[in-house]
Ligand binder design. Sequence first.
Ligand code: PLP
Length: 417
Amino acid sequence: MTPDQIHENVVRQYREHINPYLAKLMHFAGFGVEVHGEGCTIRDHEGREFLDFLGGYGVFSLGHRHPEIVAALKDQLDHLPLSGKTFFSGKQAALAEKLAQLAPDPLQYTFFSNSGAEAVEAALKFAKATTKRSKIVSTIGGYHGKTIGALSTTGREKYRKPFEPLMPGVEFVPYGDLDAAKAVIDSQAAAVIIETVQGEGGIHIPPAGYLKGLEEAAHANGALLIVDEVQTGVGRTGKMFGSEHDDLHPDIMTLAKALGGGAMPIGATMFSQQIADAVFSENPLAHTSTFGGNPLACTAGLKTLEIIERDNLAQRSHDLGERLMTKLRENVKDLDLVADIRGQGLMIGVEFSMDEVGELVTAQVVKRGVVVAYTLNNPRVIRLEPPLIVTEAQIDQAVEALTGAILETQELLAAFA
Ligand SMILES: Cc1ncc(COP(=O)(O)O)c(C=O)c1O
């Protein structure tokens, strides 16, 4: 097949057998078919190479096909890819122990699943079972996934409305507003669920003292703190966990995305002794998953943590994030179109002063060979989440592409004004 035929065929298959409306949207955005990933680049069906500055929304912290992850997985494939679930799993045990060594106290145990939403589902169930309460406090713009429980705590009407009634008892407050949160964290609350940087909501960095204030308010009312680190976890924000920036001690922490080393799906819900006793003492099988904790995913998780620690990738994320933001701020400081550039490590948002501009700039950046995307709950913001192994030269290349794209968009808008 010619490259054009490959593209047409895949778009047709999407249209006829996956989702006709998504097919139209992706086709309109001009995306090709991905065929190969390596390091920080993705190659499409025409052989065009793109710098991956979206990183699968945080999945590719180690880049694509990190050689040590691939080697570890090939070896595991030759022994035991999936678990029979009756024997003890050495890989699952080792990953749980490693996570407990790295994560803040009192997180000691891990329930493994296969995605971020599943990790959140477990977190919500554990909070309810432990406190015997059902009220959950979440944030407007917060994103926790699209399964029923997780969606119930996702702070955007657009995604929730068509599927109502959802799980009852969820109250939303503005992200970053401690007083608003304190007003609803009461003796009815089972938990507060919070991202340490609000990702899909538009890369919002919490004000100093906010997260710690939530923790204190929750604990003062007998409620739990669930920190959703599906996107911020394992090195992304310049620390191994986003919780470390504020010295948080969450009762529950969710992980997914980058923990799979860019090669395996994985979800993890970490929890304390108190929660282990409340959820599992009477029924050790109270919450289970067939594929969760499988040896392949746990092999990837173990290797990922080893590489991030050994290669100091959290520090690298901090340093390169600063480099990117400083250079980009300098380049666009005179442009009205850019309202803000903010981030923590290599989790960066560029906010525009007008709606729909995110989409236009995204298309222009992609045209320049760099993949980025706007945030799901806030289309005014495009987000940059390159692999943590990105080089300084690649950071500079992306800054050039972004600057060019923003300038061209500003000129286009001026021509239509
Ligand atoms: C903070 C957060 N929680 C949960 C999720 C849901 O993860 P998944 O898409 O793997 O279900 C996401 C996905 O973007 C996320 O960013």
